[in-house]
Ligand binder design. Sequence first.
Ligand code: HEC
Ligand code: HEC
Ligand code: HEC
Length: 207
Amino acid sequence: MKSPLAVLLLTVATLATAALSPLWLRLHKDGLHDPANPGLAQLQEPAEALEPLPRDTAGNLVNWVRAIDGGAIAPRTNLLPETVVRLRDDELIIARYGSMPAVKFPHRQHTLWLDCSNCHEHLFKSRAGANRFSMMAILNGEQCGVCHGAVAFPLTECRRCHSVPNELLRRQAAATAATAAASSSVPARSASGAAAVATTAASGALR
Ligand code: HEC
Ligand code: HEC
Ligand code: HEC
C-alpha cells in the first residue's frame, strides 16, 4: 500500500512531467530515439530547450525569426575566423496577381541563418525575375520547399509567404505611374506611354 507521501511525490512528479512537455513529445516517445537505450537519459528533452522561446503555431512550435530578433538566441555565425559572414537586407516580391496574395521573400531573415551559397546560384539565380517558381515544385520539396516544411516553418503557413495583398501592389504601381506621368515633361499625347514605362519600372523595383 502506498503512503500518502509516496502518492504526493508521485503526483508532483507527474505534474512536473506534464509541465515539462505540454507541447513537445518526450524523446522516448518521438519515434526517432530508441526508448530502450539507457543513453537517452543523458539527452536534453526538447520541451526543456524550446519552452522558453517565442511560441509559434506550426512546425516545431518555435518562432525562430522572433527568437533571433528578440535576442532569446544568438547562434554562432561561423566556426572558422576567416569565414566572411554576409548579410543582405532587402525584400523581393516573387509572385503577384495570382489567386493568392503575392509572395514576399525577405533576404534578411534568411541570411541570419544561411550563407548566400546555400541558395545562390544552384537553387535560385541572384537576379530578380530570373527564376521560375511553382507552388507545385515547392510542395514537392524543391525551391522554397527544400527548407520550408523540412527545417523552416511548414508549407501549411500559406500567409507567411503569401503576405502581400495584390490590391496593395496594384495601388503602389498605379501611384508610381501617376507620379512619373505628372512629373514628366513629355507632351500629353505620349503621357500614357510614359505611364506604361513607369509601371514596368515600378514592378521591376518591387521584384
Ligand atoms: C515557403 C513559401 C510559401 C508557402 C508557405 C506557400 N507558398 Fe504558395 N507560392 C510560393 C511561391 C514562391 C509561389 C510562386 C509561384 C509562381 O510564381 O506562380 C507560390 C505560388 C502559389 C500559387 C500560384 C500563384 C497564385 O497566387 O495563384 C498558389 C495558388 C499558391 N502558391 C497557394 C499556396 C497555398 C494554398 C499555400 C498554403 C497551403 C501556399 N501557397 C504556401 C511560396 C509559398
Ligand atoms: C534562402 C535563399 C537565399 C539566400 C540565403 C540568399 N538569397 Fe539572394 N535571392 C533569393 C531569391 C529567392 C531571390 C529572388 C530571385 C527572383 O526574383 O527570381 C534572390 C535574389 C537575389 C538578388 C537579386 C536582387 C535584385 O533586386 O535583383 C541578389 C543580388 C541576391 N539575391 C544576392 C544575395 C546575397 C549577396 C546573399 C547572401 C548575403 C543572398 N542573396 C542570400 C534567395 C536567397
Ligand atoms: C536554404 C533554406 C531556405 C530556403 C531555400 C528558403 N527559406 Fe525561407 N526561411 C528559411 C529559414 C531557416 C527561415 C527562418 C526560420 C523560420 O522562420 O522557420 C526562413 C524564414 C522565411 C520567412 C519568414 C520571415 C519572418 O519574418 O517570419 C519567409 C517569409 C520565407 N522564409 C519565405 C521563403 C520563400 C518565399 C522562399 C522561396 C523563394 C524561401 N523562404 C526559401 C530557410 C529557407
